[in-house]
Design a binder for this molecule. Structure first.
Ligand code: MG
Length: 399
């Protein structure tokens, strides 16, 4: 889509609130995904190339700190930090005055919504070109009732038609002359209005709605922040690892695959019990969390691992994941062995893997292949296994 940039926008970011539910700290300086809320706002909304200036309205006492934070990341538009007033409306008013005559449009935004995107700002500006004012809103999913305040309980008066209701977000975008006029004319009544669009509505101007963004959430509590800063959101929802192992087949050794003793005249040669399937899965799990490989944790030179049941190796890898805040989610694996046929043993292998890793059996796949007489495995000189595993953070995996 081509976007002819014929309109400039000045941002006013209200960041003077002290979040009581945040433990009384200055919201503007709270960090989310490694950046302050204000920096997140500037990075995301600043993705819209029409932004010509930004005014951050900060809480008295934090202005210098916000200024120093913002100053560390120069942008292609000027960013100024000014001191706010006792209420949000007064803070926005001060921000508008600092913005002066910059921008055909003004976008008024709350720092507590760090994820509003540059694309949302673009759509709002496009809509405001016609109407003079545009705000983002989402359909309401809760049933909303109006009540009459009673004594210990309230009486329901009516149930509102939610198809006609929208939950309103910021940024709210207005033609600069209209919002400045509204703030001037209504300066004595600012406390009556719960958002900036209400002032334009009061002045009889048209305000239109554009689709808001689900991600444009408002952070009002420490719990909100923690939910975003969980390891899953910092490092990706799930991670994936791949593992491979092979061992020689020799006479006089037991053949153990996936913890199951297989009837066979020959078994796999190795320092431990040489269970290639457990070893491939272990490497896939370690790999998914970038925790190295099986050899670095269980070196063949270490006599403690001589003849070891590889279930303990796999179990240790699961423990290492857990320490990092992860658990296995699913595994798919393939064992390559010429003889004997493994199908009678597959279900027991899946059960073993499920038990050790904590994954339900439906999330554990074991497949068997031959090499059809080709190469060393085809000549029954050895066996190999491949595995691919997904892991997720503990909270996520428990859902
Ligand atoms: Mg091995």
């Amino acid at each position: 889509m081509t976007d002819v940039l014929d309109a400039s926008v000045g941002l006013v970011i209200a960041a003077a609130g002290v979040g009581r539910r945040m433990g009384g700290v200055d919201k503007a300086l709270l960090r989310i995904r490694g950046k302050t809320l204000v920096e997140n706002c500037l990075d995301n909304l600043g993705g819209y190339p029409g932004v010509c200036a930004a005014i951050i309205v900060g809480h008295r006492g934090c202005v210098d700190e916000i200024r120093s934070e913002v100053g560390q990341h120069p942008r292609c538009f000027p960013v100024e930090v000014v001191e706010g007033g006792p209420t949000r409306a007064e803070s926005v008013d001060l921000g508008l005055k600092s913005l002066g005559e910059r921008g055909d449009f003004v976008a008024i935004h709350d720092a507590a919504r760090p994820f509003a995107s540059g694309d949302l700002l673009r759509r709002l500006v496009e809509a405001a070109k016609d109407s003079g004012g545009a705000i983002p809103g989402l359909p309401v999913t809760d049933t909303i009732k109006s009540v009459a305040a009673g004594g210990s309980v309230d009486d329901v008066v009516t149930t509102l038609d939610r198809s006609l209701l929208r939950a309103i977000q910021t940024p709210q975008v207005f033609r600069r002359d209209l919002i400045i006029d509204a703030y001037e004319v209504l300066s004595d009544r600012l406390g009556e209005f719960t958002d900036d669009a209400s002032l334009l509505e009061e002045r009889g101007h048209r305000v239109v709605l554009v689709d808001g963004e689900e991600e444009n959430v408002k952070f009002t509590s420490r719990r909100d922040l923690l939910s975003v800063d969980s390891p899953s959101n910092l490092g990706g929802l799930t991670r994936t690892g791949i593992g491979y192992d092979s061992h020689r087949l020799v006479a006089g050794r037991p053949l153990i695959l996936g913890g199951v003793r297989i009837h066979s005249p020959r078994g796999l040669m190795g320092h431990s019990d040489a269970d290639v399937l457990y070893h491939a899965i272990t490497d896939a799990l370690l790999g998914a969390a970038a925790l190295g490989d099986i050899g670095s944790h269980f070196p063949p030179s270490d006599p403690r691992y001589s003849g070891m049941d590889s279930a303990r190796i796999l179990s240790s890898a699961v423990g290492m994941l857990r320490e990092k805040g992860y658990r296995p989610v699913n595994v798919d694996s393939t064992v390559v062995l010429e003889q004997p046929r493994l199908s009678p043993y597959i279900e027991d292998m899946r059960k073993n893997i499920s038990r050790i890793t904590g994954m339900p059996p439906v999330n554990v796949s074991v497949k068997a292949k031959t090499d059809e007489g080709m190469g060393p495995i085809g000549r029954m000189e050895g066996a190999a296994a491949w595995a691919i595993c997904s892991i997720a953070t503990l909270e996520e995996a428990s859902v």
